[in-house]
Design a protein around this ligand. Structure first.
Ligand code: 5GP
Ligand code: ZN
Length: 110
């Protein structure tokens, strides 16, 4: 089972920031900003390349919930980042969106 599936099912501890029947959000172990959490679907999807008509509801739900989750973390300005595949720096092969904020964010490539 992949690392984030283990985190979702509680076999590996994490600091939860939000959970419902479809998605799980938890603090990144190596935060890049004062607020840095990851939002993942409870169904294992490898990355953006694995999104299809059957599972895209998880992605829609993630984005529906992000505004509420960031509010609970005390911010309303933030960056949502996804790394898809090895060259893009994806290290955990379970779809996840980084949400980072809580400070003025520096460098950007876009
Ligand atoms: P990626 O590089 O795949 O886009 O992001 C993976 C993220 O998962 C990294 O920011 C890394 O710090 C985080 N991460 C890796 N292992 C763990 C873990 O065991 N627990 C938590 N909470 N985050 C992790
Ligand atoms: Zn997984």
């Amino acid at each position: 089972m992949c690392l984030f599936c283990e985190i979702i099912n509680g076999n590996i501890p994490s600091t939860k920031v939000y959970e419902d029947d479809m998605i799980y959000a938890f603090k990144d172990i190596n935060p890049a900003a004062p607020v840095h959490f990851l939002v993942v679907p409870k169904e294992h999807i490898e990355n953006v390349n694995g999104i299809n008509a059957e599972n895209s509801k998880y992605v829609a739900h993630i984005f529906e919930k992000i505004p509420e989750i960031v509010k609970s973390q005390g911010i309303d300005s933030y960056r949502v980042i996804n790394n898809c595949g090895k060259d893009a720096g994806q290290t955990v092969m379970h779809l996840h969106f980084h949400v980072v904020g809580g400070t003025e964010l520096g460098e950007k490539i876009l």
